[in-house]
Design a binder for this molecule. Structure first.
Ligand code: FES
Length: 486
């Protein structure tokens, strides 16, 4: 019988994006039954996942180019203790299944023997022959389902977590806590301190077991313990399958305002007048934000405090390391101070997050359009979308009007080379108005599909003209998301 899997798990096993499989479902090439797909169909669509012999482990080690073996090797193993617990749970499950099978086998052969003993008429004998034939077929022809075997193997190395009620799924790999793994997968999980003292990451374990990875100060009440509550930031998955109950943030309104002091890790000049500022938050005070949001940064300068409100250029999946693009002419003297160079360890106050330029839920292709350093929030959105693996395709059109040009060109080229479904179009023109015309012409020349979510960031005139062009092309307002940056 074919093994049935969620789309998310199937994507993990095949090494393709969830968006790719969802596109096959939409095209009617992959059937979805109660939210699940069958391994039979997956193997027909991806025959390269078929393993020809039963010695899968040997095969995965022996064939260096095998995609599955590569994914296995890429995974960091959890600690010995966690691995032992997962192995124990899986073995218990296996023993249970074996016990059931033996009982069923006993039941069937017992029935056959009773039928054989019945000699008065021919019907029972024929039935016994049928049972013999069926048993013979089962024992002789049942071939192991390769996807099921791969699933079992990966479950040991990385546990599979499902969040209720959203149904979102993610894997816990290596030494990650449940919180770290969920954030890496792009989920908007609730949390605060990240170190076991605030209790905001409390979740209820509905199915499966967790084990502690670090000590924590927050005290769960006896009632909470009895109801199965645990802290995501201090635990990892002890069983291969885990179901947790928690409410994820639905939008910016669910992210509380925060204030913290981060320190400068580095300032890297990406051009004569553009710097990348890398801040690191304290381990015990991270910034919870959504991709595409901004914060206000404060720097103690010679002439008083310098401030600037900037979009975060990094992904919320790494909430300790915050990246920003800063130009020399940034408001006040903030940009000049950063471009002049800041010593590693310089304190910078961070207030926020703010803004609603965030990824909308959905499975449409994503089109990003940016002008100059307004690519910063777009980069954050792209990284978040990549973590979610939900978009079937992504395209980035980036107009450079400043002499520094496409300051993150290497990153964009890397995305387009590494991902089949990522298209990068750099455009440049020193005249912003002529640049806008170029962007609009590119959209038309690309036979632009209107059924996508569009994210547009740049100066007011850039945003308003391109937004109007998208509207004229038929993109509904709910699919046009804009951010005006000066
Ligand atoms: S995030 Fe504060 S206790 Fe987990």
């Amino acid at each position: 019988m074919a093994h049935r899997l969620t789309v998310w798990r199937a994507a993990q096993l095949l090494g393709v994006s969830r968006g790719q499989l969802q596109a096959l479902v939409r095209e009617g090439r992959l059937a979805l039954d109660d939210g699940l797909v069958s391994s039979e169909q997956l193997l027909a669509l991806y025959p390269q996942a078929q393993l020809e012999d039963s010695g899968m482990l040997e095969r995965t080690q022996a064939i260096r180019n095998d995609a599955f073996a590569r994914r296995v090797r890429e995974r960091t193993l959890p600690s010995q203790e966690v691995l032992a617990q997962r192995l124990f749970h899986q073995s218990t499950e296996l023993a249970e299944v074996r016990r059931h099978l033996q009982r069923y086998h006993g039941l069937v052969t017992g029935l056959r023997d009773r039928l054989r003993a019945e000699t008065t008429w021919r019907g029972p004998q024929a039935l016994a022959d049928d049972i013999d034939r069926a048993l013979g077929q089962v024992l002789a022809s049942e071939v192991a389902d390769p996807l099921e075997a791969m699933d079992d193997m990966l479950k040991l190395m990385s546990a599979q977590v499902t969040i209720r009620p959203s149904g979102h799924e993610f894997s816990v790999m290596g030494h990650d806590t449940l919180l770290q793994a969920g954030l890496k997968a792009g989920l908007r999980l609730p949390y605060g301190c990240g170190n076991g003292s605030c209790g905001m990451c409390k979740v209820r374990v509905i199915h499966g077991e967790v084990c502690r990875t670090q000590p924590f100060d927050y005290v769960l009440s006896e009632t909470e313990k009895a109801q199965g509550y645990t802290l995501m930031c201090a635990h990892t998955a002890a069983s291969s399958d885990l179901t947790l109950e928690t409410l994820e943030a639905t939008g910016p309104q669910d992210i509380p305002p925060q204030e913290l002091v981060a320190t400068v890790r580095s300032v890297t000049m990406l051009g004569a007048d553009t710097a990348q500022l890398h801040l690191q938050t304290p381990r015990s005070h991270r910034l919870r934000f959504l991709a595409g949001q901004s914060v206000t940064l404060g720097l103690a300068g010679a002439g008083g405090d310098l401030q600037s409100t900037l979009p975060i250029a990094s992904c919320p999946c790494d909430d300790r390391n915050l990246h920003f693009l800063v130009t020399r002419d940034q408001e006040g003297d903030f940009g000049a101070a950063v471009c002049a160079g800041l010593k590693s360890g310089t304190p910078v106050s961070v207030r926020g997050p703010m803004g609603d330029f965030v990824l909308a839920e959905g499975l449409r292709p994503l089109l990003f359009i940016a002008c100059d350093t307004a690519v910063a929030p777009i980069k954050s959105l792209i990284e978040h979308a990549l973590a979610l693996e939900a978009a079937p395709a992504m395209a980035l059109l980036w107009l450079a009007t400043r002499p520094d040009g496409h300051v993150l060109a290497n990153q964009c080229r890397a995305w387009s080379e590494a991902l089949d479904a990522f298209e990068y179009t750099p455009l440049s023109h020193p005249d912003p108005q002529a640049g806008v015309t170029q962007v609009i012409e590119s959209l038309r020349a690309d036979l632009f599909a209107i059924d996508c979510d569009c994210y547009l960031a740049g100066p007011a005139s850039f945003v308003s003209q391109i937004d109007a062009a998208l509207m004229a092309m038929g993109v509904p307002s709910a699919q046009r998301h804009t951010l005006v940056l000066s």
